[in-house]
Design a protein around this ligand. Structure first.
Ligand code: SF4
Length: 449
C-alpha cells in the first residue's frame, strides 16, 4: 500500500536512499493533516510553566487552560505555584465587549492571594481575534502591584509551536538582566531548555556541582524568577532542547556577551560530551576541571554500563520509530538506540529545521523514513510498513502505538521517570525493554501490512 501522504505534504516526507536529500520543513501545518504539532500558546506554555514561583494566567477560553501541570511533569524543589493554572475563562459577552477588565480584575485578585514573584499572562486564540490590549493591562498591573506582569503573545493560530517558543523567550528577556546584586562564580553556567521533568535538572546540576561549577539559573526547570534575573552574569549558556531556547541564548550572546553551546543530556555518550565540553571551556582558568569531568564519566559509566549491556542482549535487532518535538533529541535517541542494538526505521519531529533534518539524514541508515510535522495517518502507515517493535514519542503518539500493538516509550513532558544523565540512560533502556518485550503484545496482533 502506498503511503497516505497529502499532496501538499509530499516534500515533508523523505526516505533515505530513494533520492538525494530534499525535505521541506519550517512550514505551517497543512489544513486537513491533523498535525501532531501543538499550537503557539502550547509552545510558550511548555517553556514558561516550570517557573515555580510565578503565577501563570491563561487569558482566553477555559479549554486552553488544560495545558497545565497535570499533563506535564516538571517538578520543583520549593514553591509549587506553577502547578496551579489560572484562566480568565472568557465567554461570549467578553468576546463582544472585550476581556481587558476581566484580565485586570483577575490579576488584582490573584496576586495578593498567591504572592507570586512575577505573573505571566498568556494570550490565546480568542484574545488574538478580539484584540485585547494585553500589554497595557499588564503594564498597569505591574506598576500597581510592584512585580513584573509579563504578557506572552501566544495566540494559538499565529504561527507554529516554534513561534510559541519565541514568544516565551521574549517574555523571559524582560526578566533576564534585572538584578546585578551578589557574587557569581567565574565558573558559572545557565542551563537553557531543561525543564526538570521527573527531576532531571537536579541530576545534571549535580554533575556540574561535582565539577566545581555554579549553575546560576535553569531556564526553566525548577525555575525561580530571582535566578533568572541574575542569569546574565553567568560565563556560559548551555542549550538543551535546541528548538525552544536558542533565541534566548542568541539574545544573551548579543546583549551580555555570553557564549553558548548546544548540548544533550540523553545517552551516556552525549552526557559525557556535554561535561567534557564545559570542562574544556573553563580549562584555561581551572586545568583540573577536565580531570574532574573524566572522573565523573568513569564512575558513572562503570556504574550503569553493565546493566545497559544486559538490555542490549534482549533488544538486539528490534526496530524503532521516533517522533519527538525537537530534532536535537532525536539525534541522541538514535545514538542510544544504536548502543542498544535497535534500528531506527522512522524518525521525525514537530519543529526541526533544514540543518536538523540534514543531520538526521546523515545519521540514519538507508531505508529510514524522515518526517516533518507528521500526522497519525503517515505515522501509523510507516509503523506497520516498517514492522516497528517500539515507538518513542509523547502523549499524542501513545494511543497510536497501543492501537497498533507496538511497545511505547514516553520521552515527552509527561514522563515521570528521569531519562536524562547516566542513570537516566539506564532508566530509558529499562523502559524500552519493559514495553517492547511485554508479553501483552501477544494478545494484540499487529495490523497486516
Ligand atoms: S490557543 Fe487556540 S489553538 Fe491553542 S489551545 Fe487555545 S484555542 Fe486551541
Amino acid at each position: 500500500m502506498s503511503a497516505p501522504i497529502l499532496k501538499d505534504r509530499n516534500k515533508q516526507v523523505f526516505e533515505k536512499g530513494k533520492a538525494a536529500f530534499d525535505l521541506q520543513c519550517d512550514r505551517k501545518s497543512v489544513a486537513g493533516s491533523v498535525s501532531q504539532r501543538a499550537c503557539v500558546f502550547c509552545g510558550s506554555r511548555v517553556v514558561l510553566y516550570p517557573i515555580a514561583d510565578a503565577l501563570h494566567l491563561v487569558h482566553g477560553s477555559i479549554g486552553c487552560a488544560s495545558y497545565t501541570w497535570d499533563i506535564r511533569g516538571s517538578v520543583s524543589s520549593g514553591p509549587e505555584l506553577h502547578r496551579l493554572c489560572f484562566s480568565t475563562d472568557l465567554r461570549e459577552k467578553d468576546v463582544v465587549y472585550g476581556g481587558e477588565k476581566k484580565l485586570a480584575a483577575a490579576i488584582r485578585e490573584l496576586v495578593p492571594k498567591h504572592s507570586p514573584k512575577a505573573v505571566f499572562v498568556y494570550s490565546t486564540c480568542i484574545v488574538g481575534v478580539i484584540g485585547d490590549d494585553v500589554d497595557s493591562v499588564c503594564k498597569k498591573a505591574g506598576q500597581e502591584l510592584g512585580i513584573p506582569v509579563i504578557p506572552v503573545h501566544s495566540a494559538g493560530f499565529a504561527g507554529t509551536k516554534k513561534d510559541g517558543y519565541k514568544a516565551a523567550c521574549t517574555a523571559l528577556s524582560k526578566i533576564v538582566g534585572t538584578d546585578d546584586s551578589g557574587e557569581v562564580s567565574p565558573f558559572s553556567i545557565n542551563i537553557l531548555g531543561e525543564f526538570n521533568l521527573a527531576g532531571e535538572a537536579w541530576i545534571i546540576k549535580e554533575y556540574y556541582r561535582r565539577m566545581g561549577i555554579e549553575v546560576v539559573s535553569i531556564l526553566t526547570g525548577d525555575g525561580r524568577i530571582d535566578d533568572i534575573r541574575r542569569s546574565h552574569r553567568a560565563s556560559l549558556n548551555l542549550v538543551q532542547c535546541s528548538g525552544s531556547l536558542t533565541t534566548m541564548a542568541e539574545e544573551m550572546k548579543d546583549k551580555y556577551g555570553i557564549p553558548y553551546k548546544r548540548v544533550s543530556y540523553f545517552g551516556m555518550e552525549d552526557v559525557s560530551k556535554a561535561l567534557y565540553e564545559v570542562a574544556d571551556f573553563f580549562s584555561e582558568e581551572d586545568p583540573m576541571m577536565k580531570e574532574r569531568a573524566a572522573e565523573i564519566v568513569r564512575e558513572e559509566v562503570s556504574k550503569y554500563l553493565p546493566a545497559m549491556q544486559e538490555c542490549k542482549t534482549k533488544l538486539e535487532g528490534m526496530k524503532c520509530a521516533i517522533y519527538v518535538g525537537g530534532a536535537f533529541k532525536a539525534f541522541s535517541l538514535i545514538r542510544i538506540l544504536r548502543t542498544l542494538g535497535v534500528d531506527v526505521v522512522l524518525v521525525g519531529s514537530q519543529t526541526g529545521n533544514r540543518q536538523d533534518y540534514e543531520q538526521l539524514a546523515s545519521m540514519c541508515d538507508p531505508g529510514t523514513v524522515i518526517v516533518d510535522d507528521s500526522n497519525p495517518m503517515e505515522l501509523s502507515h510507516y509503523i506497520v510498513e516498517k514492522d516497528v517493535d517500539l515507538f518513542i514519542g509523547g502523549v499524542k503518539e501513545r494511543p497510536m502505538a497501543f492501537k497498533l500493538g507496538v511497545g511505547f516509550c514516553d520521552h515527552n513532558h509527561e514522563r515521570k521517570t528521569a531519562l536524562a544523565g547516566f542513570e537516566g540512560t539506564l532508566n530509558f533502556a529499562n523502559e524500552v525493554c519493559a514495553s517492547a518485550l511485554s508479553p501483552v503484545w501477544r494478545f494484540a496482533p499487529r495490523r497486516k501490512k
